[in-house]
Structures are given as structure tokens and as C-alpha cells.
Write a protein that binds this ligand. Sequence first.
Ligand SMILES: [Zn+2]
Length: 74
Amino acid sequence: MPKAKESLRGLGAKYGGTVRKRYARVFRTLKAARECPSCASMKLKRSASGIWKCGSCGFTVAGGAYDVAPAKKA
Ligand SMILES: [Zn+2]
């Protein structure tokens, strides 16, 4: 596993390691490239909590807060 030095801004040295690791995991899931179910471009982004919108064709789909598929209890 690489060290968590990726695009992870916002928390700094705050909140303790457990919360930062949890945040890093959610942040990665949130920012991962997703394929639009309508036009197959990788532009599907979350526009609001639970709402996913394609930047290419404007297709909007309901999903989970941090992933298109609602998270299973980890
Ligand atoms: Zn699309």
C-alpha cells in the first residue's frame, strides 16, 4: 500500500489518524473516475449527496452519498 500522500487536502494534521484514514478512503471513492451509464464517458461525478451527474451528456442518476452504488456496511 502506498503512503496516503495523494490528492488529499483539507484535513492536514488534524482529527487523528483514524478519522483521516476514513476520510481518505471516502475521498478516493468519491473522486474516482466513473463511467456514465448513458454515454459511456468517464465523466460521471457527484453533483450533490446521492445525486450523480454526467459532465458529458447531462445524465443524472440517484445513488449513494459517496459512491454510485450505496455503500455496504463496512
Ligand atoms: Zn453521459
